[in-house]
Design a protein around this ligand. Structure first.
Ligand SMILES: [Zn+2]
Length: 65
């Protein structure tokens, strides 16, 4: 049985599943909170926030209640 590496080196060419739909050249949606470009494409429906505002929103949600 061949030895398998439990920690394979990530392929730098693989964008990964982090930003589905965010293709190169596509404009990014602006954050509804601060107006900065987000990691989401402009075609994404609903409210979009930049990573900073998403984090702040998560903190608010965690503290409320
Ligand atoms: Zn923002």
């Amino acid at each position: 049985m061949p030895r398998t590496d439990p920690h394979p080196t990530p392929d730098p060419d693989d964008p990964g599943p982090e930003a589905p739909g965010a293709e190169a050249g596509e404009p990014h949606a602006d954050c509804v909170e601060c107006g900065r470009p987000t990691a989401y494409p402009a075609s994404r429906p609903g409210i979009v926030r930049c990573p900073v505002c998403e984090w702040q929103e998560a903190q608010r949600s965690a503290c409320s209640g």
